[in-house]
Design a protein around this ligand. Structure first.
Ligand SMILES: O=c1[nH]cnc2c1ncn2[C@@H]1O[C@H](CO)[C@@H](O)[C@H]1O
Ligand SMILES: [Zn+2]
Length: 348
């Protein structure tokens, strides 16, 4: 029997989200309260009127413009309680969409204006997620981000701190920020150190620059997953490499349209990538900046590309496969997902 991809069905579907930025997931009502507690002035004191300050609109023309939205939010995320709270609320929002597992990424160096150490920022995010796990049953891992516009030393400090939390909440490291201005090869030493410390690596690449950055990330930085990789199709042999190595792509459709990683939905290569055998996963990137959620991402795929229920389930299970989890934890997650899928009549 063919399953209709209704709103209710999409909401019930068990899901995962592997590419989700903490500072891109803050609710406007939380900003109101954080501003009040911290004595920071706001341009407006109404949660709906705050949205334009936090979210891009349809006119967003580039990744650089998209990234400018983060300056507004990070001001409120400089204290332990704030980091703990927004991490907790990520788990809460995940639960609202029946998202069973999230990998939450953040850049410690963006949260130190009030004197927190890199370790402290990581500790508080982990604590918030642990509380979220207890209250909402959502499993989570932290991906610690190095920023492209930060100095090498600053990023080395980040990976050193991240390694101290390996196996205790941190699952990987990443490189994010302005890809067009800072090519990945600048960061070889940083990720060589990450590798030496045994941290898995994912890199934002092929979003605001071409496929060569994906090659550099995989071949020289040691990336085992790629953030976005939308522009991979610009080079057939690099695409082949990514396919043969089974490197998962963390695609974020709504964000990818907004940052102009592709000019239009018609040219979004998701079907092409699946047909060419790439390991595609679906994620949100920044719910509050992009005005999205994980249910909406799957809705878009069904509406724009005619993805059927079994195809959506396949994409979700790719996410489980690609998760930075120990094999035994991955097995537990897979079983839990499969149980729910079969009770929805989706597994034979
Ligand atoms: O899609 C993206 N591409 C590159 N960088 C991003 C993207 N989304 C967010 N950030 C950057 O990552 C920082 C830490 O979370 C954010 O502050 C933003 O500057
Ligand atoms: Zn991202």
């Amino acid at each position: 029997m063919e399953v209709l991809v209704t709103e209710d069905w999409l909401l019930k579907l068990p899901k995962v989200d592997l590419h989700l930025h903490l500072d891109g997931s803050v609710k406007p009502e939380t900003i109101l309260e954080l501003a009040l507690h911290q004595g920071i002035d706001l341009p407006v004191y109404d949660k709906d009127q705050l949205i334009p300050h936090m979210r891009v609109n349809d006119e967003c023309s580039s990744l650089t413009e998209y990234l400018s939205k983060f300056h507004f939010t990070t001001r409120f995320l400089q204290l332990a309680e704030a980091l703990d709270r927004v991490a907790y609320e990520v788990a809460q929002q995940a639960a609202e969409h029946n998202c069973k597992y999230v990998e939450v990424r953040f850049a410690p160096q963006l949260h130190r204006d009030m004197g927190l150490t890199v370790e402290e920022t990581i500790q508080h995010v982990i604590e918030g997620l642990n509380r979220g796990r207890r209250d909402f049953g959502v499993r989570a891992g932290v991906i610690v981000i190095c920023m492209r516009h930060h100095a090498i030393e600053t990023n080395l400090e980040v990976v050193t701190a991240a390694a101290k939390f390996a196996g205790r909440g941190v699952v990987a490291v990443d490189l994010a920020g302005d890809e067009a201005s800072y090519p990945p090869e600048i960061f070889r030493d940083v990720f060589a150190e990450s590798k030496r410390l045994g941290l898995p690596i994912t890199i934002h690449a092929g979003e605001a620059a071409g496929a060569a950055n994906v090659y550099e990330a995989v071949a020289n930085l040691g990336a085992v997953r790629i953030g976005h990789g939308v522009r991979l199709r610009e080079n057939a042999s690099i695409l082949e490499l990514v396919r043969n190595r089974r490197i998962p792509l963390e695609m974020c459709p709504i964000s990818n349209i907004q940052t102009k990683a592709v000019p239009s939905w018609e040219s979004y290569p998701i079907r092409e990538y699946l047909e060419r055998g790439l390991m595609v996963t679906i994620n949100t990137d920044n719910p509050s900046v992009s005005g999205t959620n994980i249910t909406k991402e799957y809705r878009v795929l069904a509406d724009r590309f005619g993805f059927t229920a079994p195809e959506l389930v396949k994409l979700i299970m790719n996410g489980v496969e690609a998760a930075f989890l120990e094999e035994s934890d991955k097995l537990t997650l897979r079983r839990e997902m499969e149980n729910e899928l079969s009770s929805l009549g989706l597994l034979n």
